[in-house]
Design a protein around this ligand. Sequence first.
Ligand code: ZN
Length: 256
Amino acid sequence: MIVRLARHLQNGTLSHIGTALFIYAHPDDESFVSGTPLTLAAAGHTTALLTLTSGDAGLWLGKAQGSWSRPDLAAERAKEWAAAVECIGYRWSRLLRYPDGGLRDAPAEVITADVVAAIREVRPDIVCTFGPEGAGSEHDDHRSASYFAARGFARAALADQYPERGPAHVARRLFFSATPYVVDAPAAVGAVTPTHTIDVSAFETRKAAAFECHKTQHKDRDFFYELLKRRQGKEYFHLAIDRGSPAPDAGDLFGP
Ligand SMILES: [Zn+2]
């Protein structure tokens, strides 16, 4: 029951049906990589989304939240998130309410337990999240989401960890969002290198529709469409943990 993320999608054969859980920080983060869950769902896989904060600060790349109060913005973004979830077609979804902009300082054991509970509930074959650098933007919440997703991925497999949050589940693969190195795209510098490329070109319109659900974030619209164009129908992942893979033969750190 393993999802071979790129392989079978590229050659058009479906040899495994699996479940993928995506873990991100804010409502709208999921839309930037929604081509992959759309593609997986169309191929018969089950997709799920865990979002850690309510997005109540609304800050993104230093932009202000405008006239919204934090509770009002949180309520509005929850509605937008629900619309995007429906558009992308996740079969399971959960919006946690950790403070936007404060994930780094939130209680680590409490968040880890919530991630573990989600993994044990969804029982995914693969988990996808941001890279440890914070998806190129280096946003603290993105970096923290990556850390807690990886921590939860490991802890969910251990029966003596958070036993009150469900029976242990061993997810096989953990993927980070990745970006090919591009010299003239400073925002992407520091992002992890892709090991898997997903052809999402059939779902570009739907992906844009998912982003359009987040009306309070339309200040980021130019960036979204610029990224959509730059990626040319592709999304990228880095295989960070593969529990099914033996250690490779001896190699050379400087070689290919
Ligand atoms: Zn975000």
